[in-house]
Design a protein around this ligand. Structure first.
Ligand code: BGC
Length: 595
């Protein structure tokens, strides 16, 4: 690469993409193009120019909804490193992630891509992920800056909030990652903040990000987030994606020539993009071991699973049946029920959708894990979003599926019911937090014939567990676990992994209890963040609101007993029980307080 000065036209060209995933090369100055692609829980490199969604095979690690439940920055760092290796193998310079927006509402369509309702947890985990990725000389793109907590009207809605809420909640994780991990790029959001597009927000992109936080990297736009290139560069945006954007390039040149844009601002933006490209060009190509990455995906998934309930220590199930045909808990036959056991839900829809290198399903893994007799019935159909509203018994075929599953449950020692949300995707918020009717019906009817019913959930955002949770013995919150999730679920069910996941978001008794409920998703182009700083558990705690399962909750197979504990000050936290000194075994805790 030469160190030649770029002309104004070249500076304008380099500050937009040349196509969907490449920056613009400048041959005269020997500046190559680099690839920027999604992210965040895998490398989605478009394989075929005609099909946006078909990516080259890559490891689908657990999406953030799951990895956050590990509460383990070390695991996130290792995931980042593995992603870095895959990027090098595919010549990717910048991976578009992590997504660290706060889960303001359980309805958020991209909650599965985001870490938490708590900015400290999100910030710590994302810092580790970025550090791991960038240790491989691959850049991160911290997104979506900022206040992008809903999909409804996402390209233009104005998130209206006060400065304290903005700084203490919605910018806090960004501040941590920017100052501690120095991501190569930060991606601005689509939405407006208090009436100004994030891509044109001088206070956000320059005064806060650069002047206060000392950020020296590139600010890239979300794909299609820039309406006015001149205003964006003036505000502090460097790279507009995707491209080409000939009209925008020309507008920049004209604005410099007629004095509407300070040439130093364009030159600085172009200089930052050039530095990014030079940095990326210095990395060495690499390769990766797909089996080893699959094993890492399984390890993270196993640590992400949250055991919500385990009455009578039903779990873990014994793996072996002795020669007399009985196992320690007389589990000789297991009914595996629910199509999700065979056809896993392991990631959400949209730009983060990965083509996995391999895919485990729970049914196969359970069958391999035990010498008990395993029988399967699908119980319901998986037919996309419609299954949200389809009750299994609504038609003859559905009734047959349901009846067959119930019969299997009745004649088995243990029933494992796989249920969850049908659909979560970028571009649309959810319309509720209930399980699909068919799944609820399956759980209720199975629980009525088998007291040893375990529900295994697959979902990208919290689901309401009331009232069915009081009818089942155990609940395993399995989120969306990535391509190795099937094996990870078997690991937890049979005790090869002691569940240690903890909730990164509160499970409310019902949607209307949630602090965001009255002000989500807004109307007429505005969403008022009316709950202010009382996001997630902060709102439940401040209002002394009962919840199904609190932020931070999760059981394990270990029992703990407290004895001779000194008197404990009774605080709000102890009211919830998490700090309670009562000498109770953790596994016996009865959490769901919803009526
Ligand atoms: C999403 C980003 C993504 C980009 C590129 C946008 O629609 O909001 O998260 O990185 O597309 O696919």
């Amino acid at each position: 690469m030469k160190s030649e000065q770029l002309s104004v036209a070249e500076q304008a060209a380099i500050t937009s993409g040349s196509d969907f995933w490449h920056s613009t090369p400048v041959e005269r100055a020997e500046i190559p193009a680099i690839i920027l692609t999604d992210g965040p829980h895998g490398v989605r490199l478009q394989a075929d120019s005609g099909d946006m969604l078909a990516g080259r095979p890559a490891t689908c690690f657990p999406p953030a909804v799951a990895s956050a439940s590990t509460w383990d920055p070390e695991l996130l760092r290792r995931m980042g490193e593995a992603l870095g290796d895959e990027c090098r193998a595919m010549d990717v310079a910048v991976l578009l992630g992590p997504g660290i927006n706060l889960k303001r509402s359980p309805l958020g369509g991209r909650n599965f891509e985001y870490f938490s309702e708590d900015p400290l947890l999100a910030g710590v985990l994302a810092t580790a992920w970025v550090t791991g990725l960038q240790s491989k000389d691959v850049g991160a793109s911290l997104k979506h800056f900022a206040v992008n907590s809903q999909e409804t009207d996402r390209m233009r809605v104005s998130a209206d909030l006060d400065e304290r809420t903005l700084r203490e909640l919605y910018l806090r994780a960004f501040h941590r990652v920017v100052t501690q991990a120095r991501p190569w790029t930060v991606m601005c959001a689509y939405n407006k903040i208090n009436g100004v597009y994030a891509s044109q927000h001088h206070w956000l992109l320059t005064e806060v990000l650069r002047d206060e936080w000392g950020y020296g990297g590139v600010v890239v736009s979300d794909w299609g987030a820039v309406a006015d290139r001149v205003a964006a560069v003036a505000a502090g945006l460097d790279l507009t994606m995707p491209g080409p954007d000939d009209a925008g390039d020309s507008a920049l040149v004209v604005a410099v020539e007629d004095g509407h844009l300070d040439p130093a601002l364009l030159s600085r933006a172009a200089g930052r993009v050039r530095t990014l490209i030079e940095r990326a060009a210095a990395r060495q190509p690499g390769g990766y071991d797909a089996e080893a990455h699959h094993a890492l995906a399984r390890e993270i998934a196993g640590r992400a699973i949250v055991l919500l309930k385990n009455d009578g220590a039903l779990l873990p199930l014994p793996a072996a049946v002795d020669s007399a045909g009985s196992s320690p808990q007389s589990v000789r036959s297991i009914a595996v029920l629910g199509e999700f056991a065979r056809t896993p839900r392991y990631q959400g829809g949209g730009s983060s959708q990965i083509t996995p290198t391999m895919l485990d399903d729970a049914l196969t893994e359970i069958t391999a894990a035990t010498s008990a007799t395993v029988r399967f019935a699908p119980g319901y159909r998986v037919d996309g979003p419609a299954s949200h509203s389809t009750a299994a018994g609504e038609d003859a075929a559905g009734t047959d599926l349901l009846d067959a599953a119930v019969e299997l449950a009745r004649t088995s020692d243990v029933a494992l019911v796989f249920a969850g949300s049908a659909f979560e995707t970028e571009g649309a918020d959810r319309d509720g937090i209930d399980l699909p009717a068919a799944h609820r019906e399956l759980i209720e009817r199975v629980a009525a014939v088998n007291p040893r019913t375990v529900v295994v959930l697959s979902n990208g955002a919290v689901l309401r567990t009331a009232p069915w949770d009081s009818h089942v013995a155990a609940i395993v919150e399995g989120w969306l676990l990535g391509q190795a999730g099937g094996g990870a679920i078997a690991d937890v069910l049979f005790g090869r992994v002691n569940p240690s996941g903890r909730l990164a978001e509160t499970i409310p008794c019902k949607l209307a209890d949630h602090p965001s409920y009255l002000d989500f998703p807004g109307e007429h182009g505005h969403v008022r963040y009316g709950e202010g700083i009382h996001v997630g558990y902060r709102g439940f705690d401040a209002r002394e609101q009962e919840v199904a399962y609190p932020f931070g909750f999760g059981l394990s197979y270990t029992t703990f007993e407290y004895s001779q504990a000194p008197p404990w000050p009774r605080t709000r936290a102890s009211r919830c029980g998490s700090l309670s000194p009562t000498p109770a075994a953790a596994t016996a805790a009865k959490w769901s307080r919803c009526t």
